[in-house]
Ligand binder design. Structure first.
Ligand code: PMV
Length: 322
């Protein structure tokens, strides 16, 4: 096969990943639990081109640095294997804390594996996606999944477990974009700074396994109130550890805070909704089925909210038939 196209949804962690136990292998210090989105996605086409002497990468219609893509391809193709033309498109803002690196790496790995290692199983694919971006391994799975950090030095027990498919609990996600520009500090750099300088980092890592247990149980019981509590706690705790780094990492703007307050007000009024925030200023509001219209309208009315996106839960990364 000389060409392959894959699509992958972004995913949103409800129990966050923030920090690594091995930066070289990109092994997380603690596990995480996420939902995969149906409507925020990356589509990536790879074409082997024997005439190229280096990989080429086009992202959202523009030529981009091919080195991160080449590093992932090198994990899948034979040494000295052919170079590729990789064309990737996100249907949502890239690099703004909306998990474009997760969907991007997941789509890249699935398309590249179809060309170079068609027999590779999902566990090995997830390990390669994780090398590109820690959260990317979660986008290989649909619905609800958990990334287990493992303890083995070689990362062999760092694996993703699919918990439930998307249809099991059709939650909806409203994303309030408060600044579509690229974020100032990448997740990778933010984690490194937190690990190196935040006095709260050890406490954060030590607290994650209890959150994972709680969130797993809440998903198994479809207990929205419990999932809301543990998810907001995890997000705020992650940001607390980052805020305490030196210099402190402040990913939020005024509209971010206004959205967080609005989500809490809505919940106090009986609306089934909770928030989470990643390494950027956008707010993700996770809604019970039937509540997203009201949440989207309310967040859209906040000063500083530039755009509101919506998504249901979706399947894991997959090949697109050509
Ligand atoms: O996968 P990375 O390296 O982009 O890190 C993701 C970090 C967060 O989005 C903030 C949390 C998470 O678990 O997705």
């Amino acid at each position: 096969m000389n060409t392959a196209t894959a699509r992958a949804g972004a995913n949103i962690a409800l129990v966050k990943y923030w920090g690594k136990r091995d930066p070289r292998l990109n092994l997380p210090a603690a596990g995480s639990l996420s939902i995969t989105l149906a409507d925020l996605e990356t589509v990536t086409r790879i074409e082997v081109d024997q005439g190229l002497d280096a990989d080429r990468f086009e992202l959202d219609g523009r030529s981009a640095d091919p080195r991160p893509v080449a590093a992932v391809l090198d994990l899948l193709r034979p040494a000295g294997g052919p170079r590729c033309r990789v064309v990737s498109r996100n249907n949502f803002p890239t690099g703004a804390g909306l998990a474009s690196s997760a969907s991007g790496h997941a789509a890249l790995v699935v398309a590249a594996a179809a060309i170079f290692c068609p027999q590779m199983g999902s566990g090995d694919l997830a390990a390669i996606a994780r090398r590109g971006s820690g959260s990317a391994s979660r986008s290989l799975f649909g619905g609800f999944c958990q990334l287990h950090a493992g303890v083995a030095e070689d990362g062999s027990d760092c694996r993703v477990e699919g918990l439930e498919e998307a249809g099991y609990w059709p939650l909806e996600v409203v994303v309030a974009i408060t600044d579509a520009g690229p974020k100032a500090v990448s997740s990778r750099a933010g984690m490194n700074r937190t690990m190196a300088t935040s006095p709260y980092y050890p406490a954060w890592v030590a607290s994650v396994s209890a959150d994972l247990e709680r969130a797993r149980r809440a998903v198994a019981d479809r207990d929205f109130d419990e999932l809301a509590e543990v998810s907001e706690h995890s997000a705020l705790k992650m940001h607390a550890s980052a805020l305490a780094a030196q210099p402190g990492l402040l990913y939020w703007n005024a509209a971010t805070v206004a959205c967080l307050r609005r989500v809490r007000e809505l919940r106090d009024q009986g609306v089934g909704v909770f928030f989470t925030v990643d390494a950027g200023p956008q707010v993700k509001a996770v809604c019970l089925p039937g509540q997203a219209d009201r949440v989207a309208a309310s967040l859209a009315s906040i000063a500083g909210v530039e755009q509101v996106l919506r998504s249901g839960l979706g399947p894991g990364a997959r090949l697109v038939e050509s």
